[in-house]
Design a protein. Sequence first.
Length: 170
Amino acid sequence: MNAFEISSSFIDQLAVLEPTDATLLGVHGHDHEWGDQSPDGVEALASLWSSTRAEVAPHISDPDPWQRHAALVLTAWLDSKIVGYEAGDNYRSVNHTYSTFQVLRDTFDQMDRSTKEAWENICSRLEGFTVERRVPPVTRPWPHRHTPGWMVIRDLGDYSSRRRSRSYAQ
């Protein structure tokens, strides 16, 4: 596969793992779904980023300037995601400026509302939104602090403020 085909395949795989990203990217067919924000889901994303990075790497030196550029753009984006993952950034997304909750809101803002099917997708996505299954463990109310996500945060030695977390729960 060339760099453009790898990029296209990556977006298709990303849409399955992170349906909210699919919505924000304009990829149809996932508007009624949520991604897995548990440590297992984050691990699956990291695996996709790493495998795609390895697959596109040979194209960085492609003689075709367009292929090379496509490979460089995808590589830079993947590298930023991998570095963030390795630093545990995905477990630190509790803030009031831009975090998981703002992304969730942005997702609904971007969803189509022009047809009955589009509204059914919104309703389906809303029905699938439950604290226990969909909200990233780090942003759950404090009684859930012994879930796998909180254990990862504990192991990283990085705790978000209790007050900030409680304000999300309200």
